[in-house]
Design a protein around this ligand. Structure first.
Ligand code: GLN
Length: 196
């Protein structure tokens, strides 16, 4: 059955996510009848089965979400949300030591922004995911880490500095940029979790 995926198109890594989802749908043999669309206005959110909130700059994305009246439709969105990097910060319940915006509180996690400091602004690391034999080669760019998870949250991957991938119901939250890897397993996992 066709699935409709929206990628929040306000700022950040939008085109890479659009491409990654199109590739994942093709790999899953589900591209016919499915669509992957950029979301620029609040009205476009309903009608999607899944929504991706890309990496970028969380303060900018948060400001635009509010300016475009998207906070409520995202909070009420019944589908799954794939929150990556800045998107993870936006969907968190709390952001440590940062009061620049109020996060949406969809994922029951606390995050720390720019957790790797200036020396390691960006790096790549192989991650072990539970139940996966092959590691996932992850690209971290001024990445946050998750410092607390609530009872409904399942930890999928961690590195010594903290938790970097979680699942909560149909949602996935990752601290890195899965759309920048060639590996489409996380986009596929998100699509499977939608149960559409
Ligand atoms: N450090 C950025 C922020 O605070 C996130 C970086 C990213 O999305 N690559 O929003």
């Amino acid at each position: 059955m066709g699935v409709r995926i929206g990628v929040l198109d306000l700022q950040g890594d939008v085109s890479e996510h659009l491409l990654a989802f199109r590739e994942a749908l093709a790999l899953a043999g589900r591209d016919r009848g499915s669509s992957v669309v950029p979301i620029r206005s609040a009205g476009e959110i309903t009608g999607c089965d899944g929504l991706a909130v890309p990496g970028g700059e969380s303060t900018t994305i948060a400001r635009m979400v509010d300016r475009k009246g998207m906070r409520k439709p995202i909070l009420e969105f019944p589908g799954g949300i794939f929150a990556t990097c800045a998107g993870l910060i936006l969907l968190a319940s709390a952001v440590e030591d940062d009061r620049r915006f109020s996060p949406l509180g969809i994922l029951d996690v606390t995050v720390r922004r720019n957790a790797f400091g200036r020396q390691r602004e960006s790096f790549e690391q192989d991650l072990r995911f539970q139940g996966e034999d092959e590691p996932f080669h992850a690209v971290f760019i001024r990445a946050p880490v998750i410092t607390r998870t609530g009872a409904r949250v399942r930890i999928l991957a961690r590195i010594p500095r903290g938790i970097v991938a979680v699942a909560q119901e149909r949602h996935l939250g990752v601290a890195f940029h899965p759309e920048l890897s060639r590996d489409r397993r996380l986009h596929l996992k998100f699509l499977e979790g939608l149960q559409v």
